[in-house]
Unconditional design. Structure first.
Lengths: 140, 422
């Protein structure tokens, strides 16, 4: 039962306009493996929010998606500024996004809450000045 | 899906095996094998991009000829509004409709008339409680098939109403039977004048109706010269057109969406733009939208590959044609806000292909195969050059696992290995 496939993505922090590409690619792969539309949607939304977060706050990072028969694990790791108060960051509407990003419609403070909502399990490890790693699981 | 009858096809004798079409196909449905292209039928959405891009006219649409229907007692022409944009210095649609009668049709029924009714019904449908928003137009068959294959989650958002082409055929038959009680339904042939291969495919594979009321499809660019010749002979046209501004506007992008009188709409065209929009809708990143109109062709139906004229020129002509026309000339007669015959049934069928994996029916097998695909992909040059016959390196890796190709097809790798041997 240990079949697994890993997809690794480098999220380019310099290129805001390409943020969200990894989410689109993972969607195609999951479709090719026959996952249900609902599962695909949950994974791609969580991925999308994570990608955007890493580009806005951490100058990019990496995303790993591990696909198992019964679950999909997403690991997002960055070397950004870290999150000083995770509880606060998890609150809907709380955002530290700069104004230029808000003018694009981002920065509504829904990124992390959405990631939690769309996944079955989410864990944040963060150290100020070092970076953040987020683990998410979507059960199939 | 194997029983799906496509209208986009390949003339092998003309195909040189270049890579133009494989790179352009939005669903990665084309491969070059043994020196010529092949179309993977289960992936093709009949959008016609390959017809547009093929330098050798090897890709073409299969369409019917007027003569094929000689046996029918009563022939009705169903002109798409895009047709009117194909003619220069036209100031009245009636010239074209009269010319169609001169070409041998017994009656004409403008698709734009049905479009005005579908518009009114869509407005009413949008007011219903509990429907998935944004509602996505189901008028472009290439988009409907794209959603079925690639965005099945959005199938519930599709407008479940009969598209104008179908509704026009239904009404045209009804009108004919009322005017000529001596006719049987079997005596009537309804021929659609199509601007694109996708609508021809729709007629052969209707969705949500058991059998299309349209009998066959003529290609606008094939029948154009006949109409053109007849038009020149007409001194005073008959008063046949019953279309207003809204109906004519359906020929171009935004026509359908703007007629709903809500500014919370999105109208996009071009297949790549449409895919991008669908991705964003699926991710839930576009908010407060009521209606989404997507057209696979640039400019909308005037951009279909079976037209004669450039889409923007056609659009400009339609703009002057619609001048001084009433807003809409077709209004629902029925008492019910939404009559039963306007709804598509068994629309769920669109989801029938979902959950079936491209790699394997069994999830564990699919993951194992995908894992192999990834390791093969890692070893490929990632140039996406297309010289192996697949549109990109990932597609080649998938083909290798499916047993349809092997690593030797990659010319870059072949060259590397050749160098090593020396």
């Amino acid at each position: 039962m240990s079949e697994r496939v890993n997809f690794h993505f480098e999220i380019d922090g310099e290129n805001f306009t390409s943020a969200g590409e990894a989410s689109v690619r993972i969607k195609k792969h999951l479709r090719d493996m026959g996952f249900s539309p609902d599962t695909i949607r949950r994974v791609s939304v969580a991925m999308y929010e994570g990608e955007i977060n890493m580009v806005i706050h951490a100058n990019g990072g990496s995303a790993d998606v591990d696909v198992y028969v019964d679950r999909i694990e997403i690991t997002l790791a960055d070397k950004g500024p870290g999150i000083s108060n995770i509880e606060l960051a998890m609150q809907e509407g709380y955002s530290t996004a700069p104004d230029n990003i808000r003018s694009l419609g981002f920065g509504a403070g829904m990124g992390l809450p959405n990631m939690k909502r769309y996944t079955d399990n989410m864990k944040i490890e963060s150290e100020v000045g070092k970076g953040t790693t987020i683990y998410m699981t979507v059960n199939v | 899906m194997s029983s799906y009858k496509h209208s986009v096809t390949l003339d092998v004798s003309k195909c040189k095996g270049c890579t133009n079409c494989i790179k352009r196909c939005p669903t990665e449905a084309i491969r070059v094998r043994d020196g010529h292209a092949i179309i993977k039928e289960d992936k093709c959405i009949d959008c016609g991009e390959c017809i547009r891009v093929c330098p050798y006219q090897a890709k073409k649409a299969i369409f019917d000829k007027f003569e094929d229907f000689a046996d029918y007692k009563y022939k009705i022409a169903l002109p798409a509004p895009a047709l009117y944009g194909q003619f220069e210095e036209l100031d009245d649609v009636d010239y074209i409709l009269t010319a169609l009668l001169e070409c041998g049709f017994d009656a004409v029924f403008e698709v734009s008339r049905a479009a005005e009714l579908v518009t009114e019904y869509t407005r009413r449908y949008m007011k219903r409680e509990g429907i998935e928003k944004p509602v996505i137009s189901s008028a472009c068959p290439a988009i409907v098939r794209l959603i079925a294959l690639r965005f099945p989650y959005l199938a519930d958002n599709l407008l479940p109403l009969v598209p104008p082409i179908e509704y026009a055929a239904m009404l045209a038959r009804k009108e004919a039977l009322e005017a000529h009680p001596e006719l049987n339904d079997d005596d009537i042939c309804v021929m659609f004048l199509s601007p694109c291969p996708a609508k021809i495919s729709y007629v052969k594979n209707p969705l949500g109706v058991k059998k299309s009321a349209v009998t066959g499809s003529l290609a606008i660019n094939d029948f154009y010269f006949k109409i053109r010749a007849k038009r020149k002979e007409i001194k005073t046209p008959l008063q046949l057109s019953k279309t207003g501004i809204i109906g004519l506007n359906w020929a171009g992008t935004g026509g359908e969406a703007t007629s709903l009188f809500s500014d919370r709409y999105l109208a996009a065209d071009g297949i790549e733009n449409c895919i991008h929009v669908l991705d964003e809708i699926e991710n839930g990143t576009i908010h407060n939208l009521e209606f989404v109109e997507l057209n696979a062709c640039n400019g909308g139906c005037v951009g279909g590959t079976l037209n004669v004229e450039n889409p923007y020129i056609a659009k400009a002509r339609l703009r002057s044609l619609r001048k001084y026309l009433p807003i809409s000339r077709n209004h629902p007669q029925s008492e019910a806000p939404l009559p039963e015959d306007i709804f598509l049934d068994d629309f769920d069928k669109i989801l029938s292909g979902v959950g079936k994996s491209a790699l394997s029916e069994d999830r564990m097998m699919a993951i194992a195969k995908m894992s192999e695909v990834e390791s093969i992909y890692k070893a490929l040059p990632h140039l996406d050059c297309g010289s192996c016959g697949a549109p990109n390196c990932h597609a080649l890796a998938e083909d290798i696992i499916k047993g349809e190709a092997d690593e030797g097809d990659c010319l870059i790798k072949l060259r590397e290995n050749y160098g090593k041997r020396d």
